[in-house]
Structure formats: C-alpha cells, structure tokens
Ligand binder design. Structure first.
Ligand code: NAP
Length: 329
C-alpha cells in the first residue's frame, strides 16, 4: 500500500491551505474530506478575509480548492472514521492509518487534523423530525426556500446574526431568538441587524419545541426570566447555536482537552493522549485546535504552519525549528 508523505483530514480553509503548502514543498499530499469548504459555506458575505472586500464562502472555498489541486495535492471525497497508530515505521518514523466510511485505509508518515467543527443541535422535540422540512442549519443554503415567509433564527453569535441578515432580505419576518440579552456576535453585525425593520428580537428566551405537521408551523418558546411560554407562528427555524469538535475519530490517538479541542503548540504539533509529550508527525490546524479565534484567516494560517512543520519533520530536521526566513534577507 502506498504510504503518503502527508494526509490531511478535512478540506476547508485549514486543510486546503496546508495542502497548498505541503504540495508546493513537493510532499506527496493527500486530502481526505467529506466535502470542500467548512463553515464558511454558510456565509454569503465574508468581509474580513484579507485581499477580498467581500466574497461568498462558496467562492472562497472553491478558490482555495482550485489552488490546492493546481499545487499538486490529491483530494479524495470520503468521510474519515478513525485515525490510528500502526506498528509500521519508515526511517524510524511511525506510519499512521486513516480509515474511511467507504471501508478504505490510507497510510501516511505525517497527518494534519483539520476537520473543523460540527453544528450543535438544540436537542428539543421536533428538531430532528423537521430537518429539511423547515429546520435548517445553513441560512446561505436554505434562505431562498423562505421567500416572503416567517422564520426564526436561534442563537446570539456571529452565525445567528449573519443568518438573520441574509434571511431578512428574503423572508417577510425574522424572529431572532436568543437565551440572553448580551450577544457574542461582533458589534458591527449586531448594529446591522438592529437596523432591519423586519427583524424582531426575542431575548432571554429559549426554544422548548418545534411544532408542525408536514412542515414546521410554530416554535414553542419560554422566557427564562418570567417562565412565561408562548407559541410563535413560523415557517422555518434556523439553528445557529455554534458548533463542537467531533473528536471521536482521534480518541486515543492524540490528546484532547476537556473542552473537546485538540491542544497544539505554536508549531501546530499535537500531543500524545493524556500527555505533554509531542505526538511525532501529527499536527492539527483550524477550528479543531484550542486556538480561541475561530476565524477563516486564522485557520488558513495554522494550516500553513502545520504543513511547513510537517515538512521539517519529514526532512529529519528533528525538533529544531527551521525558520523560513534568515537575518541576511
Ligand atoms: P458561537 O459564537 O459559539 O455562538 C453560539 C450562540 O448560540 C451563543 O450566542 C450561545 O448563547 C447560543 N447557544 C449555544 N448553545 C445554545 C443552546 N443550547 N440553546 C440556545 N442557544 C445556544 O457560535 P457561532 O455564532 O456559530 O460562531 C462560531 C465561531 O465562528 C465564532 O468564533 C465566530 O466568531 C466565528 N464566525 C465568524 C464570523 C465572522 O467573522 N463574520 C461569522 C460566523 C462565525 P450564549 O451566548 O448564551 O452562550
């Protein structure tokens, strides 16, 4: 079986940036990913990625993908179900195995974990039942289905505010339901949404149930301060309450922090499970890591760091940091 120099798990900004850098260093690079792009696909207007005053998440993801392919990375669309140690070694370096949902196993001398986060569920009655029948986790994808309809957006972070903004341009009315009065979203996003006449804030409120027949018809909400409940008639519910790292695929393989992120050092190196010892040849980048800033540009930056350090590792530069600049420049 072919042993790749490097396998990157995940094909969004972190993984594909790592692929660009790895392939340009002539590493035999494979990306295994469920799809191209990550959470940026849910954003229509990215206004904070350097070089673009405004770009849609889909277009940015496609551009990075194209660049990774042109750089020489191989991309396979499949879901990784397990990343494991093996007994094999090449030049004293461990070989790792990556297993996929289609039953295949791939091997590599270095691995970059860049599989991002998974949308969080509300876990209320009706949520699962009405997925695709009014319940959505992606405003950019599904907003056009709610032309002149009434929708609710649940959450108080950037995603919820971006969803409310997108939906306000298509739906007749948008309720923004948030469990507190303060928002996590950036001030400029909050100000933008506050100015929209068809967005109504329903604060200090949680969703207790999503009701309907064939499709969603209403949400049952409760005011957390007064205990009062009421039903709001809506045609759709957009759940935008953040996401979490689904670390089951690397359990027992690398160290996972209590908050479920994968701790990395400044070179994006991971640690052995329950240890402070570096896991040789295994790196992580982007939203899966414990870096607190979950921004596209940060993910791309970490992807670059992980790939360059993987190159150093594979070229026997040991633990020395081989900087890509010199004082003479
Ligand atoms: P987030 O920042 O974690 O916000 C999640 C929101 O959902 C919070 O307001 C939270 O309430 C609420 N929430 C969580 N669990 C809940 C539950 N069970 N029931 C009701 N409400 C719940 O998630 P996000 O908005 O998806 O953003 C994720 C990351 O991506 C952030 O770092 C964000 O900055 C980044 N992002 C950036 C941009 C941009 O730069 N334009 C756009 C989108 C996302 P509490 O506040 O009460 O905890």
């Amino acid at each position: 079986m072919e042993v790749y120099d490097i396998i990157i798990v995940g094909g969004a900004s972190a993984g594909l940036t790592a692929a660009i850098y790895a392939a340009r260093r002539k590493l035999n690079t494979l990306v295994i990913t469920k799809g191209i792009g990550g959470q940026e696909l849910e954003t229509n207007n990215i206004e904070n990625y350097p070089g673009f005053l405004r770009i849609s998440g889909v277009e940015l993801a496609n551009r990075i993908f194209e660049q990774a392919v042109k750089s020489g990375a191989q991309i396979i669309l499949d879901e990784v179900v397990k990343v494991e140690d093996t007994d094999e070694k090449i030049n004293d370096k461990p070989v790792y195995a990556i297993k996929t949902a289609s039953g295949k196993t791939y091997k590599a001398k270095a691995v970059i974990l860049a599989f991002g986060k998974t949308p969080r569920n509300l876990d209320v009655p009706g949520e699962k039942e009405f997925v695709g029948k009014g319940v959505s986790y992606c405003a950019t994808c599904d907003a056009p289905l709610f032309k002149n309809k009434v929708v609710a957006v649940v959450g108080g972070g950037n995603s919820a505010f971006e969803a409310a903004h997108i939906l306000s341009q298509i739906a007749k009315k948008v309720y923004l339901i948030h469990r507190r009065e303060q928002f996590r979203a950036f001030e400029y996003l909050v100000e933008r949404v506050k100015k929209l006449e068809n967005v109504e804030f329903v604060l200090n409120t949680v969703v207790k149930e999503i009701k309907g027949d064939i499709t969603v018809k209403s949400v049952l909400v409760e005011n957390v301060q007064t205990g009062e409940t009421k039903e709001i008639q809506v045609d759709g519910v957009f759940i935008e309450i953040g996401s979490y790292v689904k670390t089951d695929i690397v359990e027992g393989f690398v160290k996972i922090a209590k908050n479920n992120y994968i701790p990395v050092d400044k070179l994006c190196r991971t640690y052995k499970p329950d240890s402070d010892e570096i896991k040789p040849g295994v790196f992580a980048a982007g939203d899966v890591t414990d870096i607190p800033f979950k921004q596209l540009v940060v993910s791309a930056g970490q992807g670059c760091v992980a790939a360059l350090q993987a190159y150093n590792y594979l070229h026997d530069l040991g633990e020395t940091i081989f900087a890509d600049w010199s004082k003479s420049l």
